[in-house]
Design a protein around this ligand. Structure first.
Ligand SMILES: NC(=O)c1ccc[n+]([C@@H]2O[C@H](COP(=O)([O-])OP(=O)(O)OC[C@H]3O[C@@H](n4cnc5c(N)ncnc54)[C@H](O)[C@@H]3O)[C@@H](O)[C@H]2O)c1
Length: 291
């Protein structure tokens, strides 16, 4: 049987359901697509790199599910809204929306110009508003409810020097998540978010073009690996599938009474609140960190 039945009858079985994922061609978005396909969902993605569309379509179809991969830019409101509409028309329904497209360039706030802010806002916030506003009426009209999963960041909940506009957008997404959870509850549309910390993806490993190919990725030095180990309580970077699995929980009926939450998928970084491991494996606050 596809899916798993818990003691209370809750199941992770998405057979017959349809999910739409922005930026679904690589990294966390692709992992969400594949985790949901593994449990029976048909998948639509919007992806700006055409080769990644073909790659994900093949991976979804290899799992026995149907794929619709639309090449387009999530920063363009019309493109996003047309893609959501096309996906719902193509599959005849829409059950899950994962707002994943996002990204950041590091630069001090005072060095940014208006074009830079607007690019960050369009990619990280407007893309989310556009997809959500297109998907919600479809979910309401179906009478079946739905699940909206926003990919935010740990940077939404702490200061993020060099990433000011990105962090502001992600903080906006956190409160959008809570607000829409309440506004849409009576339609049985649940709205939740996952908040990753450092996760290995094409983006964090420097691949921004072409089909996903880990052989092209930048490899961190031992010193960088050690810095991650000291900073993240679970002692390593995240793996994209670890976000995909939490998204699967949020997409499924296993989370039927969960809405308005922001789930850290961060190896414990948010909980650690700045404590790091020192040379003796004790947890300390800087400046004691290297003693
Ligand atoms: N990886 C991390 O460490 C990390 C940490 C916190 C939050 N996040 C968030 O997770 C999300 C995914 O990040 P990732 O690391 O998987 O990124 P990634 O760059 O590895 O993958 C993102 C995918 O989205 C596509 N994409 C980018 N811009 C697009 C656009 N305008 N239109 C359509 N597709 C587009 C890319 O081509 C790529 O295939 C982002 O919202 C990011 O802010 C990531």
């Amino acid at each position: 049987m596809m899916g798993r039945t818990g003691v209370d009858g809750s199941v992770i079985d998405l057979t017959g359901k349809v999910a739409f994922i922005t930026g679904g061609g690589g990294g966390i978005g692709r992992s969400i697509a594949l985790c949901l396909a593994d449990m029976g969902a048909d998948i639509a993605i919007l992806e700006v790199i055409p080769e990644r569309c073909e790659q994900v379509a093949e991976m979804v179809e290899a799992r026995g599910r149907k794929a619709l991969c639309i090449a387009g830019n999530a920063m363009d409101v019309d493109v996003v809204q047309n893609a959501v509409t096309e996906a719902a028309r193509h599959f005849g329904r829409l059950d899950v929306l994962a707002n994943n497209a996002g990204g950041v360039t590091r630069r001090p706030f005072v060095d940014l110009v208006e074009k830079n802010w607007r690019r960050h806002i369009d990619l990280n916030l407007v893309s989310n508003l556009a997809a959500t506003q297109a998907a919600v009426p479809i979910m309401i009209e179906s009478g079946r409810g739905g699940s909206i999963i926003n990919v935010t960041s740990i940077e939404a909940s702490r200061a993020a020097p060099g990433y000011a506009v990105y962090a502001a957008c992600k903080a906006g997404i956190n409160n959008l998540t809570r607000t829409l959870a309440v506004e849409l509850a009576h339609h049985r549309i649940r709205v939740n978010a996952i908040a990753p910390d450092y996760t290995v993806t094409p983006g964090t490993r420097g691949q921004f073009a072409g089909a996903v190919d880990p052989s092209l990725w930048y490899q961190p030095t031992p010193a960088q690996e050690e810095a991650i180990r000291r900073r993240i309580p679970l002692g390593r970077a995240g793996v994209d599938e670890e976000c995909g699995r939490v998204a699967l929980f949020l997409a499924s009926e296993m989370s039927s009474y969960v809405t308005g939450t922001i789930i850290p998928v961060d190896g414990g970084t948010w909980a650690s609140g700045g404590w790091i491991r020192n040379d003796r494996e004790d947890w300390v606050l800087p400046p004691e960190a290297t003693n």
